[in-house]
Design a binder for this molecule. Structure first.
Ligand SMILES: [Zn+2]
Ligand SMILES: [Zn+2]
Ligand SMILES: [Zn+2]
Length: 130
């Protein structure tokens, strides 16, 4: 995560450690609950602020859940990849994007459409829930 000593705050370390343990998308409220369970004294607004900062820095990725609430997960959005999300336990796998090369090629050939970006999520069951 490239933590710089002068910029590391405790809430940030706590939040990062919760996210790295869970490996799934969590809302600010869920993170706040987990922190309280672990005995950390931090306000919900601090959690929001810290998540926002981590997101801006590119240390966490965000997505809206089914109800439109923002949820967060530790990963490197700067490195282009996709997410395979388990419908059972919620665990998220980072998936490489190589297969999209061919798709982009056929979009160009069949539709004359030049892709300059895409976003994809995969849903199913992970290894341990299958
Ligand atoms: Zn990821
Ligand atoms: Zn699972
Ligand atoms: Zn891709």
């Amino acid at each position: 995560m490239g933590a710089r000593a002068d910029y590391v705050t405790r809430p940030r370390e706590w939040i990062a450690s919760i996210l790295s343990r869970e490996q799934r998308f969590l809302s600010a409220a869920e993170i706040h609950r987990a922190l309280k369970r672990a005995g950390a004294r931090v306000s919900l607004s601090t959690v929001y602020r810290t998540l926002d900062r981590l997101h801006t820095k590119g240390d966490v990725t965000a997505r809206a859940d089914g109800e439109g609430e923002a949820t967060y997960m530790l990963c490197e959005p700067a490195h282009h990849h996709h997410h395979a999300i388990c419908g059972e336990c919620g665990r998220v796998e980072d998936v490489d994007c190589a297969a999209m090369e061919q798709f982009a090629e056929s979009m160009r050939a069949l539709h004359g459409f030049e892709l300059n970006g895409h976003s994809l999520e995969f849903f199913g069951l992970c290894r341990s829930c299958r």
